[in-house]
Design a binder for this molecule. Structure first.
Ligand code: AHR
Length: 502
């Protein structure tokens, strides 16, 4: 058995974990909205057409905020198409994903969804085919009380009270050459700043996220982030980060390399922080821009490829990836990376929520939890409090893309007020268990409350509609506290959450 040690200190606080780190994303794409959460003809649908089985699972997942309506889709979206009497809503070509969009679900239905699930909305405005005017009108529609054209229109549509949307995205992935209305960095930065200005003039209580680069693989990465941050510095609160990892696209498939993906993510986060701080330094500003990782996950299918038989249909089966245990470990490692950056990363949206690259899947007959559901649910439930700096002493390995990959990865969250300590630990080793010890003498009076494990003998094991409980979390007896030294045995390739309290 391998051995590892974790060193921490009760006083070494990073920052409070923002609960919005455990957010998600719902795009009008494939079966995410239609058949995912909204399917009026389904036997599980409530009187408003929402799938009650999915809604229950979303609540269990503990999602705090949901970004909507895109994604690439927002860059050609007319929000006006999706409000008002359904029979008058136009059917459109949804150009980003080549779907047919009948607009039977729109902004107000999304707000109903948020209310039913106690989720906060994060709305994106279209800066691809539209711009400042559309953004200010949508904001007026959503947040202004009454007595103006758009606020009264909302009231006419049956929503007396304003939606009071506090979080807004200024477009989506605007440096991606695939993006409808794709722009150069200065052009986008200037448009985002001008849009942000009027939006904050209308409602100074909102927070805004501008588009950072769509990914570290793009040639624009870094320079784009610095330029956009410079252009918008005084008006925005966050710069976005998007990141997706895959293994099956690699030939040959390489689990050791894939399990190290969080090292790449770590580098990406540090680079975007550096770009923001560079812009801040040039401005001699005291303000710090936060990061909104508003799309992240494991994904297999290259985004651009749309199966020919699904083109121009409503709610096709699109990018419905089936996740394995190893994907869950990578998802877990990404969550821990964000938690360990809690001082700067304030928002995280796993992409997406239902059916499309999602923790929850549905058919007409049931809904089930993918493997990635579990680490997300554990973090949203137990990562409450302040993350602590810590050092892990463990074996390291080299893989195709990385050197010095720690076999053990962790995050520690301390909830002073409720006297709770949560340790999230991953053993990346494919062959050996690992005994990890942590000196917890500063946590006098604490005891181990539970040790949750997600594992399976086959790292490629998945959950399906036929076998939905193949990979599920379970409780373990592998953690003991002796003289305030915690000893936990981490099974090979496993995700672990160890909860201590008084
Ligand atoms: O989540 C799927 C897509 O991935 C989003 O629409 C886009 O923003 C990203 O490229």
């Amino acid at each position: 058995m391998k051995k590892a040690k974790i060193f921490t200190d009760i006083h070494f606080e990073i920052s409070e974990v923002d609960k919005r780190l455990f957010g998600s994303f719902l795009e009008h794409m494939g079966r995410a909205v239609y058949e995912g959460i909204y399917q009026p003809e389904n036997k599980f649908a409530d009187t408003n057409g929402f799938r009650t089985d999915t809604l229950e699972m979303i609540k269990e997942l503990g999602v705090s905020v949901v970004r909507y309506p895109g994604g690439n889709m927002v860059s050609a979206y007319n929000w006006e198409d999706g409000v008002g009497p359904k029979e008058l809503r136009p059917v459109r070509l949804e150009a980003a994903w080549k779907n047919i969009e009948d607009n039977s679900f729109g902004t107000n239905e999304f707000m109903d969804f948020c209310e039913k699930t106690s989720i906060s909305p994060m709305l994106a405005v279209n800066l691809g085919t539209r711009g400042i005017d559309e953004a200010r009108n949508l904001l007026e529609y959503c947040n202004f009380d009454s007595g103006t054209y758009y606020s009264d229109l909302r009231i006419k549509h049956g929503y007396r009270k304003p939606h009071n949307v506090k979080l807004w995205c200024l477009g989506n992935e605007m440096d991606g050459p695939w993006q409808i209305g794709h722009l150069e960095a200065r052009e986008y930065g200037s448009l985002a700043a001008r849009t942000a200005k009027i939006m904050k003039d209308i409602d100074p209580t909102i927070e805004l996220a501008a588009c950072g680069s769509a990914g570290m693989k793009l040639p624009t990465f870094g320079a784009w982030d610095a330029t956009v941050a410079e252009e918008c510095y005084d008006f925005i609160d966050y710069l976005s980060v998007h990141t997706y990892f895959d293994n099956r696209c690699k030939t040959p498939d390489d689990s050791r390399d894939f399990l190290a993906s969080s090292l790449y993510f770590e580098r990406q986060i540090n680079s975007v922080i550096a770009a923001c701080d560079y812009a801040g330094a040039k401005k001699k500003s005291r303000k710090k821009i936060g990061l909104s990782v508003d799309e992240w996950n494991v994904v297999y299918r290259p985004h651009g490829k749309i199966p020919p038989d699904t083109v121009w249909t409503k709610a096709p089966h699109q990018i419905e990836d089936v996740y394995s245990l190893e994907d869950a470990l990578v998802v877990g490692s990404m969550l821990l990376t964000m938690m360990n950056h809690s001082d700067r990363v304030k928002i995280g949206c796993i992409a997406q929520l239902v059916n499309v690259i999602a923790p929850i899947m549905t058919s007409d007959n049931s809904a089930w939890r993918q493997t990635i559901f579990y680490p997300f649910m554990n973090c949203s439930k137990y990562a409450k409090g302040t993350t602590l700096y810590h050092v892990v002493e463990c074996d390291k390995y080299d893989s195709k893309s990385y050197t010095d990959v720690p076999t053990v990865m962790s995050s520690i969250v301390y909830d002073k007020e409720n006297e709770n300590l949560a340790l999230f630990v991953i053993n990346r080793d494919l062959d050996e268990d690992c005994e990890v010890t942590v000196d917890l003498r500063q946590f006098e009076g604490y005891s181990v409350k539970k040790h949750i494990v997600l594992n399976h003998e086959d790292i490629k094991a998945v959950n399906t509609e036929e076998n939905p409980l193949n990979v599920v979390e379970r409780l373990s007896n592998n953690s003991t506290l002796d003289n305030m030294v915690l000893t936990s045995v981490l099974e090979k390739h496993s995700w672990n959450v160890i909860i201590l309290g008084k």
